[in-house]
Design a protein around this ligand. Structure first.
Ligand code: RB5
Length: 149
């Protein structure tokens, strides 16, 4: 799978570990920054990865900031993006199965390396179930498009 990854200054060490892990699993990963621990603004990297996923150039995205919150909020402003912030694997799995999340986000100040790997693995292994969930995800899209629900 082609995966876009990004994060702010707080993500640097964890991002390296996650890239290595994803590559070991056989995925093609591109790092959209930031690349140093100099303080940066997380919305920039949230948008970069979200644009890549929304365009279809990448099949999924991984975003990391201190908490995972700011960067996912930014990514979710891009049309077609459903970024889920998860601090444990169960929510990560359900975010794909039920919400068809196309970006997984987490906080470098919240989760450790091993937990982050588990979150990413569960998310990657899960499949969107559609069915009754499709109606609900469709309603989210309607909100995004400014339609009445
Ligand atoms: C940066 O200090 C921090 O605010 C950011 O990484 C993130 O946690 C925001 O949601």
């Amino acid at each position: 799978m082609k995966i876009a990854i990004g994060g702010d200054h707080s993500s640097i060490e964890l991002k390296k570990e996650i890239i290595k892990y994803l590559e070991e699993l056989g995925h093609e990963v591109k790092d959209f920054g930031t690349y140093t621990s100099e303080s940066v603004d997380y919305p920039i990297y949230g948008k970069k990865v979200a644009d890549e996923v929304a365009s279809g150039r990448y099949e999924g995205g991984v975003l990391i900031c201190g908490t995972g919150i700011g960067i996912s909020l930014a990514a979710n402003k891009v049309k077609g993006i459903r970024a889920a912030v998860c601090s444990e694997p169960y929510s990560a799995k359900l975010s794909k199965q039920h919400n068809n999340s196309n970006i997984i986000a987490f906080g470098a100040r919240v989760v450790g390396v091993d937990l982050a790997k588990m979150i990413v693995k569960e998310w990657l292994d899960a499949e969107y179930e559609g069915g009754r969930h499709a109606r609900r995800v469709g309603l989210i899209t309607k909100i995004e498009n400014g339609e009445e629900i």
